[in-house]
Design a protein around this ligand. Structure first.
Ligand code: PLP
Length: 433
């Protein structure tokens, strides 16, 4: 699924999402604007919850807020029974302010500060996913000082290679995340954890990477994790109550690309967990998955206005839009591919190969390297699908760009859920002028 489920063309050929015309959205809220379709958000969340519940009844889904931590969106996802995974004090703060109960939040990250750990403990966090020995030491001190017990998961590095971009692999041997199993580090982390009175070892976590399409990799990771858990049961008498192979389910960004289907992954992971636990004679733990991209990614389009058009004879035609790497750095950061469609009118006439450029002062600020579109003119609106994940979440103020507005559409209505930044926002944190 590339476009939000409610995407359609109106009588005049213009694009509509959630029953609202793209033209109207651009006029009311300006461009660039990110438009989230509530029906798609809810249906993606439901599909994930139902698929895992069907394949493995004791399962839970936590939304990985790093994909986009918008409070109204997180709230909607919680209504659809998703918990939350956060990776910073800031995400934790926003999640709590969005009304997510602390007990349904997991705190990840490979270098949590003492302050962040204190905030998580004070909030009554569901679990802290401990990444390293430094963190174990901090938690030992903090729980002793606060005379409290904290539920923890240990993040394991299972050493499973996956087919995705190097920058979004996390469970391979050379990774900054987690305790490697093969080196003995994970085993020593378990030994330390069970010896710290303030830590309650709830279970094990791993995350292999993002934009994954082969469910077999997660199946293998689950087997490795269960075998490790069984060895730790034999050595220390601890059995995991929870096991989480993370998130990473891939989505389509361009026409014809595959997507990871929740039910296929749920069946693969659910059966791997059941079989491995039977083989190792471990009681079945709760299965927790943490999708981010696959929940919010396909739920949004980004709308841009076309400005300057430049022909380099014999080379290419550049079509510049009013956004780019400041609101979506993925193409410049790791060569992510997108597609686009004309949103203000019907897509008629001869098609052209063009390069969609951003407006920022980097030659690498290319939103779409090559795309086939009917001839564009200045003033056209371009819609980019699959724009819900890791775009706004990684947005910056480069060139003092204003971060775009975010709008939620549903049943013909549009609700502004994040206003466009203003020039005053840009200078609001400058002091001692
Ligand atoms: N869980 C953890 C620990 C992660 O690091 C990530 C992404 O990096 C996710 C879940 C979500 O991944 P995705 O958005 O690809 O589903």
């Amino acid at each position: 699924m590339l476009w939000p489920v409610t995407t359609e063309r109106d009588g005049g050929g213009g694009l509509r999402v959630g029953g609202v015309a793209a033209r109207e959205l651009a006029e009311r809220f300006g461009t660039p604007v990110y438009v989230f379709d509530e029906a798609t958000l809810r249906s993606r969340a439901r599909a994930a919850v139902d698929a895992f519940a069907c394949a493995y009844p004791r399962s839970r889904v936590r939304y990985a807020g790093k994909a986009l931590l918008s409070m109204p969106i997180v709230h909607i996802l919680h209504e659809e029974r998703l918990g939350l995974d956060v990776v910073s004090g800031g995400e934790l703060y926003a999640g709590l302010r969005a009304g997510i109960p602390a007990g349904e939040i997991t705190f990840h990250g490979n270098n949590k500060s003492e302050q962040e750990l204190r905030e998580a403990i004070a909030a009554g966090i569901g679990q802290i996913a401990v990444d390293n020995h430094f963190e174990l030491t901090s938690l030992a001190h903090l729980t002793a000082e606060l005379s409290t017990t904290v539920p923890v998961l240990l993040r394991l590095n299972p050493g499973v290679d996956v087919h995705t971009h190097d920058k979004i692999k996390t469970g391979v041997i050379d990774s900054k995340f987690g305790f490697p199993i093969w080196s003995g580090d994970a085993a020593s982390a378990v030994a330390r954890t069970v010896a710290i009175p303030g830590l309650d070892l709830v279970g094990y976590h791993a995350h292999l990477g993002s934009q994954l399409f082969d469910a077999e990799t997660m199946r293998v990771a689950v087997e490795i994790m269960v075998e490790f858990a069984a060895r730790m049961r034999d050595r220390h008498g601890v059995t995991p109550r929870e096991l989480s192979p993370g998130g990473g389910f891939g989505i389509a960004y361009t026409e014809g690309e595959p997507e990871a289907m929740f039910d296929e992954w749920a069946n693969a992971v659910g059966s791997a967990l059941t079989e491995a636990c039977e083989r190792c004679r471990l009681p079945l733990p709760e299965l927790v998955v943490e999708p981010g991209r696959s929940i919010v990614g396909p739920a949004a389009i980004a709308l841009y206005r076309v400005g300057a058009i430049k022909d380099i004879p014999g080379v290419r035609r550049y079509v510049a839009v009013d956004g780019g790497m400041a609101d979506n750095i993925r193409p410049s950061l790791y060569g992510a591919r997108y597609t686009a469609a004309i949103a203000n009118r019907a897509e008629r006439g001869p098609r052209q190969h063009v390069t969609i450029a951003g407006k920022f002062c980097e030659s690498g600020d290319i939103l779409i390297d090559e795309v086939d579109l009917p001839t564009l003119v200045s003033g056209d609106l371009l819609a980019v699908p699959a724009a819900g994940a890791y775009c706004l979440a990684m947005a910056s103020n480069y060139n003092h760009a204003l971060r775009p507005a975010v709008v939620l559409v549903k049943d013909g209505g549009a609700r502004l859920i994040r206003r466009r930044e203003t020039y005053d926002d840009l200078i609001a944190t400058e002091v001692n002028l």
